[in-house]
Design a protein around this ligand. Sequence first.
Ligand SMILES: *Cc1c(COP(=O)(O)O)cnc(C)c1O
Length: 456
Amino acid sequence: MLESLKKMFSGNEGDMPVNTGSKPDISREKSKELYEKAKTYFPGGVNSPVRAFKSVYGTPLFIQKGDGCFVWDADGNQFIDFCGSWGPLILGHNPPKVREKVIETMQNGMSFGAPTALENELAELIIKNNKHVEKIRFTSSGTEAVMSAIRLARGYTRRDKILKFEGCYHGHSDSLLVKAGSGLVTFGETSSLGVPKSFAEETIVIPLNDTEALTQAFAQFKDQLAAVIIEGIPANNGLLIQDPAYIEFLQKICKDNGTLLIFDEVITGFRLGFEGAAGYYNAKPDIVTYGKILGGGLPVGMYGASAEIMGHISPDGGVYQAGTLSGNPVAMSAGIAQLTELLKSGFYKELNAKATEFAEGIQRFATARSYKFKVFHVGSIFWFAFTDKDKIQCAEDIDPASMEKFKVMHRELLNRGIYLGPSGYEVGFVSAAHTKIELEKAKRAILEALDIVFRK
Ligand SMILES: *Cc1c(COP(=O)(O)O)cnc(C)c1O
């Protein structure tokens, strides 16, 4: 036993750490002061709800700057960051190549509301290297991209209903702020006040990874479903990695019923590989949506499909969609600079290998200690789950009570200079800027935090 344990620990984990004890809380004086001010200006003191630290200890940290894999808060605390602005920063914070291109473009102005060559340049980078899109349209956020993709699917099929999955997030447009009602296949219930019940009735919600529910939904709403929308790999409510067979089934049932399959790749696009989850599964979605990484940290979204389907978008077709700042030159420049780096040979191989080693090292330690803890990971996305299940593939499999453990872990990690998104339902991201040294440091802090979480 001892020998096998030693073997497990050989290399990275060593025989450390052993219950080093909680560290004192970091100073948050400046952040607290800013937060009090912010609360007088913004609901909850924030401009997007998850930033408010409602499910972890303390007040939100106000970030002052980022560089590489690090961020610094207003009190001068330094953190190794695994939030990466919720996914866009695959090259880390403030990469010189992106910054320089943005500054160069800004010398000539910020917005024209007329076409620029930069839009062509970014579109060409994407279309030449992605077999899933022949034509695209840029938007200014992921929400907008998904909302427009749904409208396109409805316009193209002349059908009204859409189907989504419990545990997938697709931005905050009305049709998609809908959760499952009771029963296997039901009309959705609104998950936000302000969404009309009649809208929710056009959205069917079923569990992930459940072929029976899919079959039943298609039987029940025969010839009514315009689209099925799924996150390429669901990564907004834990990391719910679907089996390839399920994705295949999904494609087939959509095809057989004349329903368009939308892959919402706002997180997974350019993250799992240049072709995102569609590339990962070798799937053929009819419409794809991208955001986050696409804009290199500036606000950009996009949807794309075959030229035939995209021909339905105005001004070519009858589906209206527009944007004052769509294709903004500064944002396009950030996208061009970032995607150019991603296309360099070996980029994903190196990043994914680094992230895998990080995730597996943490898992080896937790397993050796018999902790009820799993690191689910794919590509450079990881998720810490306090569970003993080997697979978590639908929202229902996540135990809400386990989030108490995440809360303790989050605090211990902040106090050790590690920044994770402030919710146990959120995934973390390894970027190209995380060096092996920083990942080793982070791993050590995570192991220490786990020892504290599971301290008897
Ligand atoms: C982040 C996200 C969105 C929404 O994008 P915003 O830019 O926040 O509007 C939509 N879908 C998925 C899968 C996302 O991860």
